[in-house]
Design a binder for this molecule. Sequence first.
Ligand SMILES: Cc1cc2nc3c(=O)[nH]c(=O)nc-3n(C[C@H](O)[C@H](O)[C@H](O)COP(=O)(O)OP(=O)(O)OC[C@H]3O[C@@H](n4cnc5c(N)ncnc54)[C@H](O)[C@@H]3O)c2cc1C
Length: 248
Amino acid sequence: MKILVCISHVPDTTSKINFTADNKAFDTNGVQFVINPYDEFGLTRALWFKEKEGGSITVLNVGSAATEPTLRKALAIGADDAVRIDAEPTDAYFVACQIADHAKAENYDLIIMGRESIDYNGSQVPGMVAELLGWPFVNACVGMETEGGTAQCVREIDGGKETVEASLPMVIAGQKGLVEEKDLRIPNMRGIMTARSKPLNVRPALEAAHRTEATSYEKPEAKAAVRMVDAENMEELVRLLHEEAKVI
Ligand SMILES: Cc1cc2nc3c(=O)[nH]c(=O)nc-3n(C[C@H](O)[C@H](O)[C@H](O)COP(=O)(O)OP(=O)(O)OC[C@H]3O[C@@H](n4cnc5c(N)ncnc54)[C@H](O)[C@@H]3O)c2cc1C
């Protein structure tokens, strides 16, 4: 199976989030970037497909040169080659157009993406890619098996699971369940060394429209300080809940 795994380059989940002085952009100073966690589940599932059936795994990012260490990490984990489409990913539709344009020329059987990118949390790109290609799409995918040209996918739905069948080529947006956290692979020294010589092709971006523009960002209000009330002082607790918190 020829698989494309789309990798979003996102701030480490422990990063302190700040914006630039005009609040118009995310301040990347001092931020460590990692493979989007949902994409790591997808990459591991792709490795399982390859180990069972053969084939190849290409990882792709739409981004600037700053994302290359993230792509090299995906190569160290086991992808065969990488593609970076050279552009600032400033809009989900723009990113989807780049991915779909690349995929049209490459005859992939399967495109694995994440359910959402944990930075801008749009959950938009996978559905747009499927639509642009005219391929079936399964969102929130927690399990997938293939037989011949057919895929059985399990997706999480409210209060349960749904199994759907679709024909390849197709797009899935995956999450934990495709594989479990314990299955994720940490690059070993051999992987890191071989990743250095695996191809990382940089392609120019397609001219495509941006449909949205973020005009400002704001952080949630800081949480108020905790007030400690003596366990014996029920009257004071009731007064605070009534007069200050106004919840009773
Ligand atoms: C400098 C900068 C400026 C930005 N300005 C804006 C803005 O003005 N308006 C706005 O809406 N957004 C802005 N963004 C965010 C950018 O649009 C999103 O990162 C991108 O469009 C992904 O959209 P999403 O959150 O919907 O991704 P999702 O749909 O949540 O991502 C789901 C999956 O799609 C794939 N994917 C997503 N992004 C990429 C990628 N770049 N390369 C490869 N695969 C990917 C991954 O598999 C990911 O798991 C900006 C980003 C940067 C770096």
